[in-house]
Design a protein around this ligand. Structure first.
Ligand SMILES: [Zn+2]
Ligand SMILES: [Zn+2]
Length: 140
């Protein structure tokens, strides 16, 4: 059996660090207004990984949660970097891709979601599929 791959990521101050064992999912870019405000940029680059594959190496207690009617944003209490968070059923982690150290084995975005509410100043220049809303309720 192949040795499972390990990936690591951390916040800017380094208090919150985690590792992912196994596969890192393809990276999607969410263009919704909440992700824009959370990042201060054109959205959020995020991938999913299974609940059992991610473990905190440090700083889990430093993570603060902002819950906006079920839209969850978690971040390091010290430096403000976004941090991984789970879905309500604790089946998957949503991991901000920018936290990862090194190469995670993907090139470019796999999809753009919530393109219907993207910032007017953003021009999408790649050919990844675009969804008006999330994956679950719209087609490209
Ligand atoms: Zn931090
Ligand atoms: Zn979003």
């Amino acid at each position: 059996m192949d040795k499972e791959q390990q990936f690591t990521g951390r916040c800017n101050c380094g208090r919150v660090a985690f590792k992912i064992t196994g596969k890192v999912g393809p990276v999607g870019q969410c263009h919704c207004s909440k992700c824009r405000r959370a990042s201060g940029t054109d959205g959020n680059a995020v991938f999913y990984t299974s609940f059992s594959s991610l473990a905190f190496l440090s700083g889990e207690g430093e993570v603060s949660t902002f819950d906006n009617d079920g839209w969850i944003h978690t971040f390091c209490s010290e430096c403000g970097s976004p941090t991984p968070h789970t879905d309500a059923a604790k089946k998957i982690w949503f991991v901000p891709a920018g936290l990862m150290n090194g190469d995670i084995g993907h090139e470019g975005y796999a999809a753009h979601i919530h393109v219907g509410s993207k910032a007017p100043w953003v021009k999408i220049t790649d050919d990844a599929p675009q969804f008006n809303k999330g994956f679950e309720n719209s087609s490209p």
